[in-house]
Design a protein around this ligand. Sequence first.
Ligand code: KG4
Ligand code: ZN
Length: 345
Amino acid sequence: MNRPVILGIETSCDETAAALFVDGSITADCTTRQVIHELYGGVVPELASRAHERLLAPAIEVVLRDSGARVSDISGVAVTVGPGLAGSLLVGLAYAKGLSTALSVPMIGVNHLEGHIWSAELQHETIPTPFLALLVSGGHTIMVRVIDFGKYEIIGSTRDDAVGELFDKVGRMLGFSFPAGEAIDKEADAFQGVSVRLPRARISGDPLSFSFSGIKTAVLYHLRERYPGSSDGFTLPVEDRSAVCAGLMDAVGDMLVRGINNAIDEGDYRALVVSGGVSASRYLRKRFNAISVEKALPIYIPNPRHCTDNGSMIAYAGFRRIAIGKTSPSNIEINPSLTLSDSSL
Ligand code: KG4
Ligand code: ZN
């Protein structure tokens, strides 16, 4: 391909996103977070797919306009095919199929998790392999040995809640709107007092696995004991709320740092990558950066707007897939429970 112009489409959950990758870099990126879900305290699948239908075409128009490109310049359409919400994935895939057929250009089905992992290359140089990737988002908390693009070995994961899910559930108890990770992170980062001590779970015999649901229960008991309310929201002074936020970040930070350290001690890695929505946390980024110094291992974390779901990571992963000859047949289907080790793409 002479001049790759890859359109990336991401509609796996509640962000409608598109981006254009031209000649080795992202020229425009448009992400619309669907605020409607705030009213319900979580993503409502039916509303998400309807919103994607409304928002996707305008997002694509914006990235073409901002790049000074025409639709006919597109040489490949990359689209998330899983994991994610079925109805939402379908909207993106149907659009990508239509566009790639109309333009007679290849379509590239992308694994959302692969997109997150390699988003760390969007504003950094090539990451040396093998590297250890911690993917922390609303749906996933996994540690992956990345041997190369397309070659992954999941070495650890959460047994219950993902970290972002934990933040969003605790956020609801604390009265934050959905999703709560960013607000919790801000309060924790600004807090100077004594944080609430929360438990750090260990899974015996499995130093690379995590369990976060005990933290959620501990916060619930703490709040029930001291403040009026229910699991849908407690009334507490801001200073006390910040102490819970800081305690939550401390506990999660300690557990993630321990898991990463264990993985690094067991394997031979040339770099550490942390990505996914939770990696936007200022508080946790400090902890991750400290590991890099301590272990003398280069660290790559995407810039915050590429940590949460975005089209750039899909366009870039699409570009990488084309480079290894992996385009998709026109009858490719969505896979809501696609895993990283699934080689069907
Ligand atoms: O990667 P992502 O956008 O979607 C999934 O693939 O799940 O991650 C969303 C998650 C949410 O749970 C949100 O609360 C959390 O990432 N999050 C954060 C921050 N920004 C988003 N958590 C901590 N600090 C942040 N700044
Ligand atoms: Zn994601």
